[in-house]
Design a protein around this ligand. Sequence first.
Ligand code: 0YR
Ligand code: MG
Length: 370
Amino acid sequence: MKITKLEPIILHAPVTRGGIADSTHTLSHWGAPGVGIHTDTGLVGYGFSGTHAHLPTDRLIVDCILNSYGPLLIGEDPREVLALWEKLHKRAEIYWVGRAGITHLALGAVDIALWDLKAKDAGQPLWKLLGGSAQKSVEAYNTDGGWLNWPLETVVSDCKRLVEEEGYRAVKLKVGGANPREDLRRVEAVRKALGPEIRIMTDANGRWTLPQAIQTAGRLAEFDIAWIEEPIYFDDVQGHKRLAETIQTPIALGEQLYTASHFRDFIHAGAVHYVQPDVVRLAGITEFWQVADMARCYSLPVVPHVGDMCQVHAHLCFAHPACSLLEYIPWLHDWMQEPAKITGGYYIAPEAPGAGMTPNRRALAEINKA
Ligand code: 0YR
Ligand code: MG
């Protein structure tokens, strides 16, 4: 099997109710810039990054895939994923300008597409190729009921609907708004509405300073909160370590970390409890697996962030022993051939061969119009 051609793809999918916000990001669309890797067998592998649908930046990612990595891929056997990953990752002219950032996101999309081809060639869903089982229990927690731009009543009624009608037993609320007392009021209202048994996660998206985090996150334990996510600036290992030593609520982070070595530093310092790698920010499935193994060695649960909108991570969670809980955000649902499926708050193992990011006809038609 040989790679013959790379096809650029940029998908922009609308988010819930036309616009969402957390403490640091406001978006109307989720972006999936990526690639279709064509082969001489007719099989095509698909892989995408995850962005806030900023077209000029999405173009940079796709351009890097095609023009920086493309020439290194043509003629290669995509099934030799680990060897190819080493070759692309070690390419000095490319990492010279970015061991994180655009070049790394581009490599992530390529790696997903290569694993997709390997699994399609084997005729198996990725989780099976990786040794997983459909019997494994993968619970979903829902992030789409807790956005910061929605009024308190909407957050409460959305969370109630997710629990009472859709069967979720865990939901996430965004915090880190302008008024910390309002953050706590929202958390308290949702806890009251959902009762003591439902798990509630909170996410400040890197907003607070250390003293603000000590003060506000320090009070979350009153509401039995499962974790506080990204309480302070993304890269601050020492700050998170100090916070972890100070407050009772566990710390979750990882969606903004680009490399396995970043994760090593946080994990080794004791600065994180719930490890949240993302295949689209790490260099794909290959680097995700390295992080998940490392977390497991430290007895830390891996709860991936879903920049792929859970399409690839569903496979990884049915495979990796450190994963039993996965975020759910539905924005790519209408664009994928096999959208992630959840019933009664649990993921159903995907059935189609591949890694899970094959776009459907509708998505491909939209791209061809653009
Ligand atoms: C919106 N999940 C997150 C969305 C989400 C962000 O920027 O991307 O809130 O990725 O933090 O845990
Ligand atoms: Mg988050």
